[in-house]
Design a protein around this ligand. Structure first.
Ligand code: PEP
Ligand code: MN
Length: 368
C-alpha cells in the first residue's frame, strides 16, 4: 500500500508542514482567537487542538469532549485551516468524523496499545481520512512501525508520523528525550512516510522549543507540530511548553531551512572529497576490527588451553574504562565510545564462546 506524499493532499504545501494550535481546546474564544492568529502565518496549514486529553493523573483537565468539536468546525470555516484532534477510541473517531475534523492523530499513549490502534484502524477503514501517528511513549520502534502498518493495512494512505520524544525516568534537559535515531530508523523503514517533529512535548519548556525545531529541520524532517496558545502561562494543560502565535511566527522566520541536496558544483566537489576521506577512514576502521577479531580468536585458543571463561567481567570493565579515558583525552564523547565498545567487546566474547563451543563438539567427536 503506497503512502501518498503530503503535497498531494495538503493544498499549496511548501515544505515544511506546520501544524499549530493549543494543547487543549478550552473555550470557543480561545480556539477561534488562536486559529485566526495562526491563519495569518503563511506556513501554518493545520490547526490542532486536544478535545480528549490523556492525562497521567485523574482530576486534571481531561478535555471538553464533544462540546468543543463545533469550534474546530468553525475554525475550518472561518480560517480555511485544516483541523486535527487526537482520537483514542472508536467513540472519539465517530464524533470527530461527525463534526468534519480533517485529520486524526493517534496519541503516544495509544500507539503503545496494538488493540487500541487496531480498533481505531478498523473504524477508519474505507474513510480515507488522513492519520498522524505519534511515537509510543516508550522507546519501542516496533510499536510505532506496527501502528503505521495497521493503518496501511486498512487502506489509509495519507499517513504522517509525529516524533514527540520518549519518556524517561531520569530527570534531564527534556520532558521526553528525543532519541533522534528512532524517528530516523522509521524513515529508513518507510522512506515515503512524512515525519514531523513535536518540539513541545519533547522539550516541555517553551524556551527550548526553537532549538529542537531547528534540529528537526537540520535532520530533514518534513514539518513541525507546535503547541500554541494566546496566553500560554494560563493554559489549562501543558502551560510550560506552549508558545504564542507571535512567537511561533518569529521563530519560523528565524529558522534556517536547508535542503537535503544542493546543485552547487563547488559544494558537491567539496562534499565528495570529504566523503572520500570518510570512506577511507571507515575502510581502516573495518580492517582494524578484522585484525581485532583475529586476536580475539587467538585469545580464545589460549583460554581453552587454560580453561578460562570467554567473558571476564573485570577485563570488560577495564576495556571500557581505558577506552573512555582515552576518548575523553581526544575530545570524543565518552558515552559514544562506551556504546561502541559495548558492541565491539560483545563481538569479541561471541567469537570466543563460539570457538569454545566448536572445540568442545570437536573434542567429543574425536573420542570413540
Ligand atoms: C498532545 O499532543 O497534546 C498530546 C497529548 O501529546 P502526546 O500524545 O504526545 O503526549
Ligand atoms: Mn499537550
Amino acid at each position: 500500500m503506497p503512502i501518498i506524499p503530503l503535497n498531494q493532499w495538503i493544498p499549496k504545501l511548501k515544505k515544511p508542514l506546520i501544524v499549530a494550535g493549543p494543547c487543549s481546546a478550552e473555550t470557543e474564544e480561545q480556539v477561534l482567537q488562536t486559529a485566526k492568529k495562526l491563519a495569518e502565518i503563511e506556513d501554518v496549514r493545520i490547526f490542532r487542538a486536544g478535545i480528549w486529553k490523556p492525562r497521567t493523573r485523574p482530576n486534571s483537565f481531561e478535555g471538553l469532549g464533544e462540546e468543543a468539536l463545533p469550534w474546530l468546525a468553525k475554525v475550518k470555516k472561518e480560517t480555511g485551516l485544516l483541523t486535527t484532534c487526537e482520537v483514542a477510541n472508536t467513540k472519539h473517531v465517530e464524533l470527530a468524523l461527525k463534526y468534519g475534523i480533517d485529520i486524526l492523530w493517534i496519541g503516544a499513549r495509544t500507539t503503545v496499545s496494538p488493540f487500541a490502534v487496531q480498533e481505531i484502524a478498523d473504524a477508519l477503514k474505507g474513510t480515507g481520512i488522513p492519520v498522524m501517528i505519534k511515537n509510543p511513549i516508550n522507546a519501542d520502534f516496533a510499536l510505532w512501525m506496527g501502528a503505521v502498518e495497521r493503518f496501511l493495512n486498512v487502506g489509509i494512505e495519507k499517513i504522517v508520523a509525529i516524533h514527540r520524544g520518549f519518556s524517561s525516568a531520569a530527570p534531564g534537559e527534556y520532558r521526553n528525550p528525543p532519541m533522534w535515531h528512532i524517528p530516523l530508523s522509521l524513515k529508513q523503514r518507510f522512506p515515503d512516510l512524512p515525519m514531523i517533529c513535536d518540539p513541545s512535548h519533547i522539550t516541555g519548556k517553551r524556551e527550548n522549543v526553537p532549538r529542537v525545531c531547528q534540529k528537526a529541520m537540520d535532520l530533514d524532517m518534513d514539518g513541525l507540530i507546535v503547541e500554541t496558545h494566546p496566553t500560554p502561562e494560563k493554559a489549562w494543560s501543558d502551560a510550560a511548553q506552549q508558545i504564542t502565535p507571535e512567537t511561533l511566527a518569529s521563530m519560523l522566520k528565524n529558522m534556517e531551512y536547508r535542503t537535503a541536496y544542493s546543485s552547487d558544483r563547488k559544494f558537491e566537489a567539496q562534499l565528495g572529497e570529504l566523503r572520500s576521506k570518510i570512506d577511507r577512514l571507515d575502510t581502516e576502521i573495518i580492517e582494524t576490527l578484522q585484525l581485532r577479531n583475529k586476536v580475539a580468536e587467538e585469545i580464545a585458543k589460549a583460554k581453552i588451553e587454560n580453561n578460562v571463561t570467554a567473558f571476564q567481567l573485570k577485563r570488560m570493565d577495564k576495556v571500557l574504562k581505558d577506552r573512555k579515558a582515552q576518548a575523553e583525552k581526544l575530545g570524543l564523547r565518552p558515552e559514544y565510545i562506551e556504546e561502541l565498545y559495548n558492541t565491539v567487546h560483545a563481538e569479541s566474547v561471541k567469537i570466543q564462546t563460539s570457538i569454545m563451543v566448536d572445540n568442545k563438539i570437536l573434542s567429543k567427536k574425536e573420542k570413540p
